[in-house]
Structures are given as C-alpha cells and as structure tokens.
Design a protein. Structure first.
Length: 95
C-alpha cells in the first residue's frame, strides 16, 4: 500500500466548511481508506492520512482534474498549503 500523511492549518471559522467539502467527495479508484483527525493542540491543526492500493493509484488520483479542483476548493479553508509526506506503508492493520 502507498499513500500520504498530511498536516493542515485550517483558517479560523472554516473547520465545518472544510469537513463538509471533504465528506462530499467520492473515493477515487484504488483508495483503500482515508482519515482526518483534529490535533489536540486545538489551534486549527488537522492531520490526514490517505491509503491507496499502490503508488500508481496514488499518482493517478493526484493527476485527476477532479482532484485538482478539490484541492483548489480545499485551499479556500486553509492558512497555507498542506505539508505532504508520501510513501509506502510497511505495516498496518484495520481491526
């Protein structure tokens, strides 16, 4: 499996709009799971995890025009561009 972990700084007052935007999307081909968590720091920090079947599915999603449009809409609610960390998941389990 392959994917990304990303950190986002949400603009004050934009949390619900961002959540609504993200929940309104259909999962792309090859996506296994995704998660979004609100950090305990309570300062607008959110951490996301996206898991794909493989690197090719992750890259194909990143190159979809719909994904770019979603990113542009997401940026309306963020202070700055997310910090992305892409890589291969070596171990994990959904229980």
């Amino acid at each position: 499996m392959y994917g990304t972990i990303f950190n986002m700084q949400v603009k004050t007052g934009h949390e619900q709009a961002l959540l609504d935007l993200l929940e309104d999307q259909d999962p792309p081909d090859g996506m296994v799971a995704w998660f979004l968590m609100k950090a305990n720091s309570n300062d607008g920090q959110m951490i996301g995890v996206a898991v794909f079947e493989n690197k090719e599915a992750h890259i194909a999603n990143a190159n979809r025009p719909e994904q770019h449009e979603s990113f542009v809409r997401m940026m309306e609610h963020l202070v700055s561009e997310p910090q992305w960390n892409d890589g291969e998941y070596l171990i994990g389990e959904i229980v």
